[in-house]
Ligand binder design. Structure first.
Ligand SMILES: Nc1ncnc2c1ncn2[C@@H]1O[C@H](COP(=O)(O)OP(=O)(O)OP(=O)(O)O)[C@@H](O)[C@H]1O
Ligand SMILES: [Mg+2]
Length: 355
């Protein structure tokens, strides 16, 4: 099958059609609402963490890496005992954090960062494709639907062009429309042997942070893509075959709107759980309660004696006593994993697991 060369960005057709602008307004509104709320909540780390863990699971599930929250929770607290799927999901989460740190500190999203992110996801240093033979197949029929560009030099040139498009705003086109273009282009360049989908989904959120549409990495399209998977592949392909950007862009914008609304809801639920638990701990264990203690309990899904010891500057014995009282009152559930006792914040965990 002869393939046309993948065109450089920007696309040569008009992207801001009437239908696109209509969906764009809705997406921007939902996103602004989420950003506004996320700015005001006291424990941002909790929200980021909760959303991130679900994203790591969902995004990996698209690649058929299926794990449960329980497995993942174990992998996070004791990596040595983790299954390979749980390790993959944990790596995705690490890649996401690392990408966020990089974009946040450097104010750019470069090809080198993208290579670094993919390396963390895949836990290897293979880098950009050098050997030919990578093709994209229809999941059902196995037929080849697209052969991405081959040859390292050509791939690097396309990536350089993409990097410019990401970082330089030479036109006034809306960043959310650009996000859809970037995602298509990145997946079509398909620069790596594997992990292109997952890397591309991380680029999406990093781009939102880069353009200051979000302060924290809390908006992900993976669950939306899972729900609308065949559309996702079909529309990617239609940009290629029919230069049909409109449908693709609307698909992505609708995903941004939908997931922003969902994340907003989750953020509110987490926030009220933190407040409810604070009030209860204050009432039932007034000697233990402090704001710092609540922060520590909600920093992760689990805590350890040493975290409380260091976080509150108390002795190990005191820290252990606090945690055991909290467990007796039903706020935490402990379990020995590896050599250590891990205390799970059951309510936070259940809340996130069921979203
Ligand atoms: N016709 C297509 N044109 C462009 N990109 C496509 C097409 N079909 C699929 N893709 C992209 O390729 C990705 C899969 O590539 P790859 O296997 O390298 O990534 P992955 O992260 O391992 O997998 P997955 O995305 O399934 O989790 C898809 O997620 C999608 O973004
Ligand atoms: Mg793959």
């Amino acid at each position: 099958m002869s393939e046309q060369k993948l065109p450089m960005l920007p696309p040569s057709v008009e992207l801001e059609t009437k239908a696109v602008l209509k969906q764009l307004a809705k997406a921007n509104r939902a996103l602004a609402e989420l950003k506004g709320y996320a700015d005001t909540i006291p424990n941002k780390h909790i929200l980021i963490n909760a959303v991130l863990i679900n994203e790591a699971k969902d995004s990996s599930a698209i690649e058929n890496i299926i794990t449960t929250h329980d497995e993942l929770y174990r992998a996070m607290s004791d990596a040595s005992s983790a299954s390979s799927a749980a390790k993959d999901v944990a790596s995705y989460r690490t890649a996401l954090w690392q990408g966020y740190e990089l974009v946040n500190t450097r104010g750019m999203l470069t090809v080198n960062m993208i290579i670094e992110i993919q390396g963390i996801i895949e836990r290897n240093r293979a880098g950009i494709r050098k050997l030919p033979g990578t093709v994209l197949r229809n999941e059902g029929t196995g037929e080849t639907v697209y052969t991405p560009p081959a040859g390292e030099a050509g791939i690097k040139e396309l990536l350089g062009n993409l990097e410019k498009y990401i970082n330089e705003d030479y036109s006034d086109i809306d960043p959310l429309i650009k996000l859809a273009v970037i995602h298509y282009q990145f997946e079509s360049i398909h620069p790596f042997y594997d992990g292109n989908g997952r890397t591309g989904r991380i680029i999406n959120v990093l781009y939102l942070v880069l353009k200051e549409l979000l302060d924290s990495p809390i908006l992900y399209l993976s669950s939306y893509i899972i729900r609308n998977k065949s559309e996702y592949y079909r529309l990617l392909q239609k940009v290629r075959t029919h230069e049909d950007w409109e449908e693709w862009i609307i698909y992505i914008l609708a995903g941004i709107e939908e997931t922003a609304v969902e994340t907003f809801r989750l953020a509110k639920r987490i926030n009220s759980e933190v407040e409810a638990m604070s009030v209860e701990i204050k009432e039932r264990l007034p000697k233990i309660y402090s704001k710092e203690m609540i922060d520590l309990l909600f920093y992760e899904f689990y805590t350890k004696i040493v975290y409380i010891q260091n976080g509150l500057s108390v002795t190990r014995k005191t820290a252990a006593g606090y945690l055991s009282s909290l467990e007796k009152e039903g706020f935490l559930v402990s379990e020995k994993i590896g050599k250590e006792r891990i205390f799970q914040n059951k309510r936070l965990y259940d809340l996130v697991r069921h979203t």
